[in-house]
Write a protein that binds this ligand. Structure first.
Ligand SMILES: [Zn+2]
Length: 135
């Protein structure tokens, strides 16, 4: 199998502790943002630091996407939601669970990195998502 690649650079890493999202932390206003950028989207200060966030959080909002948006090559339907990470940053993310009957506000969620699709050369393309943590 060909080597896997990330769907885009700078979104996530997989290290010995598992996957983490790469977020920005602004020392000027104290807020975090995702994806990371050096310029803070809240106060426009330059020099935000890159930090690793996740993998745990809880579901705030969710919906099901039934038809693929332009450029999206992963499976449909899929879940899409807002996940509040432990530590105080909420991110919009694909969810591994497409069935809204199996989701609810406050559900514990875990960051995963998984193959979204194979590109034209057969290389697995990896992206992040959140999956429900079942008790
Ligand atoms: Zn800021």
């Amino acid at each position: 199998m060909a080597d896997a690649r990330a769907i885009a650079a700078g979104l996530f890493v997989c290290d010995v502790d598992g996957p983490r999202l790469l977020a920005g932390a602004c020392d000027a206003c104290g807020k975090r943002h995702f994806p990371a950028s050096t310029v803070c989207p809240y106060c426009a200060a330059d020099g935000a630091r890159e930090i690793r966030v996740g993998p745990a959080g809880h579901l705030e909002l969710y919906t099901t996407v039934l038809r693929a948006p332009p450029g999206y090559r992963g499976p449909v339907p899929y879940g899409l939601g807002v996940v509040a990470l432990d530590g105080g940053l909420s991110v919009v993310s694909r969810l591994t669970e497409p069935d809204p009957a199996r989701l609810r506000p406050g559900l514990p969620m875990q960051l995963v990195v998984e193959t979204l699709y194979a590109d034209d050369d057969g290389r697995p393309v990896l992206s992040y998502a959140f999956r429900p943590v079942r008790a």
